[in-house]
Design a protein. Structure first.
Length: 210
């Protein structure tokens, strides 16, 4: 097997301008104050450099020296460990494990619904996914009256995982009912007004809530 060599001297993120997973990584980079080159590409027009380094030819792809990461949640945890300040994962193993499970559930249930909706917004599958996602978001909305952040008093990686989805609700045709929206308002303001979140947005992403 031939191993491709990264010739870049700085960390580089390849991602699409609206890809939700790329947004997660950009958000964490901004929170950490990490300088990285961001190259915007599309899935059907990937540079040869990325194809040489990523065996799956997928985006987002994060490249740091001899390391190539093409699984977003691994990239997020890598960044948190590589740049430990400020920490975004809990210190205690049990709490840390629960955070990982929370992110897994978000990906397994909510992100899969999001991807189903994007694939064919008018299909029956998308309508069902939209309903299920809305029901779940409404059911947990009360939590945001009790905690400043996602199931926590502190800003964590779970917020970096959840916020890009919450930002995209108008794009996938989901409108929170007034009662649930009221519960989310302070949380959304708290997250969406963070300098790191603002700087992580691309021009295309800003238009979602323009």
């Amino acid at each position: 097997m031939v191993v491709a060599v990264n010739k870049r001297s700085v960390m580089t993120l390849f991602c699409d301008t609206t890809d939700i997973y790329g947004h997660q990584i950009r958000f964490v980079l901004a929170e950490k104050g990490v300088t990285a080159e961001v190259e915007f590409v599309t899935a059907n027009n990937l540079p040869q450099e990325l194809l040489d380094l990523n065996p799956y030819g997928s985006i987002p792809t994060l490249i740091d020296r001899d390391l190539t990461l093409y699984e977003p949640h691994i990239a997020l945890e890598y960044l948190d460990e590589r740049f430990p300040h400020p920490p975004l994962m809990p210190v205690y193993p049990i709490v840390r494990a629960n955070s990982r499970l929370t992110m897994y559930r978000i990906k397994k249930e909510w992100y899969s619904a999001y991807e189903t909706i994007l694939a064919d917004p008018d299909s029956n599958e998308a309508k069902e996914a939209r309903k299920n996602l809305l029901d779940d978001l409404v059911s947990i909305s009360v939590m945001f009256k009790e905690k400043d952040y996602f199931m926590s008093d502190d800003f964590t990686l779970c917020d970096c995982y959840f916020a890009p989805l919450l930002w995209r609700l108008p794009m996938i045709g989901i409108e929170l009912p007034k009662i649930a929206e009221k519960n989310y308002l302070s949380y959304m303001a708290r997250i969406f007004e963070r300098p790191a979140f603002i700087s992580s947005l691309t021009e295309d992403e800003r238009k979602i809530r323009a």
